[in-house]
Design a protein around this ligand. Structure first.
Ligand SMILES: C[S@@+](CC[C@H](N)C(=O)[O-])C[C@H]1O[C@@H](n2cnc3c(N)ncnc32)[C@H](O)[C@@H]1O
Length: 260
C-alpha cells in the first residue's frame, strides 16, 4: 500500500464546503465531459478524482453515471466526502486516503481530474513531477488529465499579502475562519495562515491553526513537467468555454493526453 506522508487540511475540513459554496461544479463537470467528447474516441467509464477533498467533483461525476475513485491525503476531508456519499446513497465511488505524489490504484482509468488548485499544493521540489508520473502511470493510453491551477497573476495580484475573514454557521454553531496570505515572488511559494474558531455550544470557542502552502507554476514549467512525464499538452484554457488562456486569468484549466 502506498505511504501517505501528506498532513494538511485538518482544521478547515468542517467548513470547507461553506467557504467554497460559490464554486460551480456542474459547469466544471460539463467542461470535463466536453473534453471527453472532443478529445477521446470513447466516453470513459472509470475516472479518478485526484485530491478529491470533500468530494464535490467526485459526487457530481458519480451522479452523471461514471464509476469514481477519489484519492485525497486528508482523512478529515475524506470523512466529509464519505458522509456526503452515504447521504446520497451512491455506490459508484471508492475513496482512498493516499498521497498524490505516490498513490497506487488497482488498474488504469480513462481520465483523471484534479480540481480547485490542488496541483498548486505540490509545493516541494520535485513534487509536481512525482505526481505527474503517477497520473501518467494510471491512465489508459491516450487517457486525459484535466486539472486547473491558480495563475501567477492570482498569486501576485490577488493572494499577495491579503487577508480574509469568513464567518458562518455549521450545524447551528458559529464558526469564523481568519486567513492571511504571504506570497514570496522569489521562491514562488504562498503561505496561507488559517485560524478556525468553532463555537463549542457553551459560549466558548475552540481555535485551531493550520498553515498551508501553494506553489505558483507558470505555463512553461507546467508544459515542461507534463511533457517530461509523457503527456501531450492539448490546451491551456481560461474558462469552461475553451477560451485560450491569458496572463490575466486567475485560473487556468489544462488538458493533457497520456502518450503511451
Ligand atoms: C483546495 S482542496 C481541493 C479539493 C477538491 N478537489 C475540491 O474541488 O474541492 C485541495 C485538496 O488537496 C489535498 N492535498 C493536498 N496535498 C495533497 C497530497 N500531497 N496528497 C493528497 N492530497 C493532497 C488536500 O487534502 C485537499 O483536500
Amino acid at each position: 500500500m502506498a505511504e501517505n506522508t501528506y498532513s494538511g487540511y485538518g482544521s478547515i475540513s468542517g467548513i470547507y464546503d461553506k467557504i467554497n459554496s460559490e464554486i460551480d461544479y456542474p459547469s466544471w463537470a460539463d467542461f470535463i465531459e466536453t473534453c471527453f467528447d472532443k478529445y477521446l474516441t470513447e466516453k470513459p467509464s472509470l475516472l479518478l478524482d485526484l485530491a478529491c477533498g470533500t468530494g464535490s467533483m467526485t459526487l457530481e461525476l458519480a451522479r452523471r453515471g461514471y464509476d469514481m475513485i477519489g484519492v485525497d491525503g486528508s482523512e478529515d476531508m475524506l470523512s466529509v466526502a464519505y458522509d456526503r456519499k452515504f447521504d446520497e446513497e451512491l455506490s459508484n465511488i471508492l475513496y482512498l486516503c493516499q498521497d498524490m505524489r505516490a498513490f497506487e490504484l488497482y488498474g488504469t482509468v480513462g481520465a483523471v481530474t484534479c480540481c480547485l488548485d490542488s496541483i498548486n499544493y505540490l509545493s516541494g521540489d520535485g513534487d509536481l513531477q512525482k505526481c505527474l508520473f503517477c497520473v501518467h502511470n494510471y491512465l489508459d493510453p491516450d487517457g486525459l488529465f484535466i486539472f486547473d491551477v491558480n495563475t501567477p497573476y492570482k498569486f501576485e495580484n490577488i493572494y499577495a499579502d491579503n487577508s480574509y475573514i469568513h464567518e458562518d454557521e455549521v450545524d447551528g454553531r458559529a464558526t469564523l475562519c481568519a486567513w492571511q496570505n504571504e506570497y514570496d515572488k522569489g521562491t514562488k511559494l504562498c503561505s496561507f495562515y488559517l485560524s478556525v474558531f468553532e463555537e463549542d455550544g457553551d459560549g466558548r470557542y475552540t481555535r485551531t491553526d493550520e498553515v498551508q502552502t501553494e506553489r505558483c507554476f507558470d505555463r512553461a514549467e507546467l508544459t515542461a513537467a507534463l511533457e517530461s512525464a509523457g503527456f501531450e499538452v492539448i490546451g491551456f484554457f481560461g474558462d469552461y468555454e475553451f477560451t485560450q488562456a491569458a496572463d490575466n486569468n486567475t485560473r487556468w484549466y489544462i488538458v493533457a493526453r497520456a502518450k503511451k
